[in-house]
Design a protein around this ligand. Structure first.
Ligand code: ADP
Ligand code: MG
Length: 387
């Protein structure tokens, strides 16, 4: 036990389950601080595997792969939400794992996640869990119109159907294969926001500034962060709620808590991600500590110091659609990065994905500047150049 409380210093090897872009940016942060890295992901061309010192090419549940990772590393984290919690539990028998499998298991299941929010006293959307035909038939009429969401494996708006009537609800549950679902009442959103918190082994919690987010087609498109991006009451409510969600999980690691802000100003927690999050990417260029450095600090037991925003920022997601022209199935071509990078305060992050596909997250652009107005003007110019 004592051994687990020891700080893991640079020179050690840190492991990550999952080889996506979040893993890649974790690897970059860990390496910048002098750690060695190991990535477990079966894809030979995974964005994180391509830049890591070690790449273990197996599935998440492969006992040999997990054993190799455990032998190579001093501590392990995860970047992919749907890593089986059992894999984290297996690793935790031989080395520190953060976040814990138990916390990840809750974040992986919308029904358990909602129950956790309720337990923490955090406001949630009116909802009903649907696992049986009887529960389907018993859904209160005032939850409609609503959104039926699969309890597990949803992301970027996938596994969701909007329903207005009991008949549509029944049809949607059929369409989703009668798997366990959560029906949420459709809420009148004014906007969406999120906050990244980092909680250490000793219970210290620090946070990044609250982010204001714009989604398109269920996928994050734009994040805006600057002093005054949200009314102060919403900012403080979001911070209090995020802290109680993390404390309630006895969480160790980086956690993103997403919120809806309703048209009457009410804040409602939407969901959590047990890892760094797309909406926290601006921290790479606009904060003195990025969300990926926070992940390194949490898993190694290094001190958590409250991050500071040193510039207003806008993050633009770069989806694979930008590589295509119009609706024509022409050969994909990369956007004109040189023109974008001629604008002030543009920081390009590309994930090294081999193939551009529509809707695929290929990278992001962090824009910093002296004032929110200057950043917004640059963001509009960048968006126009990207087409
Ligand atoms: P995902 O796991 O795919 O991110 P979310 O539950 O966050 O799923 O839903 C994706 C987006 O759909 C949200 O960011 C929001 O824009 C919209 N949405 C989801 N639930 C509701 C709701 N109850 N009322 C209104 N809009 C919603
Ligand atoms: Mg979401």
């Amino acid at each position: 036990m004592n051994e687990r409380q020891t700080v893991i210093l640079p020179g050690a090897t840190l492991g990550v389950l999952g080889g996506g872009q979040l893993g890649r940016m974790f690897v970059h942060a860990a390496q910048a601080m002098g750690y060695f890295t190991a990535v477990l992901d079966e894809d030979a061309a995974s964005p994180a595997g391509l830049v890591s010192h070690h790449h273990i090419r197996t599935g998440y549940e492969d006992p040999q792969g997990l054993a190799t990772l455990a032998r190579a590393c001093a501590a392990v984290t995860t970047e992919f939400e749907n890593v089986p919690a059992a894999a984290l539990d297996t690793l935790a028998r031989s080395l520190p794992v953060s976040p814990a499998g138990s916390a990840v298991a809750i974040a992986q299941d919308r029904a358990r996640e909602k129950a956790h929010f309720v337990q923490c006293g955090v406001p949630v959307a009116p909802h009903a869990v649907i696992e049986t035909a009887a529960q389907l038939a018993a859904v209160p009429a005032d939850l409609l119109p609503g959104i039926l969401k699969t309890a597990r494996m949803g992301y970027d708006g996938k596994g969701q159907v909007r329903v207005a009537t009991p008949a549509e609800l029944a049809g949607a549950w059929e369409q989703l294969g009668r798997v366990p679902c959560v029906l949420e009442k459709m809420l009148p959103l004014a906007h969406e926001c999120s906050v990244i918190v980092a909680r250490g082994r000793d219970g210290t919690v620090v946070h990044l500034p609250v982010q204001r987010n714009l989604h398109r087609d269920g996928i994050l498109a734009v994040t805006e962060v600057y002093e005054g991006n949200l009314p102060p009451a919403q900012t403080s409510q979001a911070l209090v709620a995020a802290k109680s969600v993390a404390d309630g999980l006895n969480y160790v690691g980086v956690l993103c808590v997403e919120f809806f802000v309703l048209q009457d100003g009410t804040l409602v927690v939407n969901e959590i991600a047990p890892r760094p999050h797309n909406s926290g990417h601006y921290s790479q260029n606009a904060c003195d500590v990025s969300q990926f450095e926070l992940q390194v600090r949490c898993m190694t037991g290094l001190p958590l110091v409250q991050p500071r925003l040193h510039s207003p920022a806008i993050m633009l997601n770069l989806l694979g659609d930008l590589w295509f022209t119009g609706d024509q199935p022409v050969a994909p071509t990369p956007p004109a990065w040189d023109a974008v990078l001629a604008l002030p305060g543009c920081h390009l992050h590309l994930y090294g994905k081999v193939e551009a596909k529509r809707g695929r997250k290929m990278g992001h652009l962090n824009i910093t500047g002296a004032t929110p107005e200057a950043v917004r003007a640059t963001a509009l110019q960048a968006a126009a150049l990207l087409g």
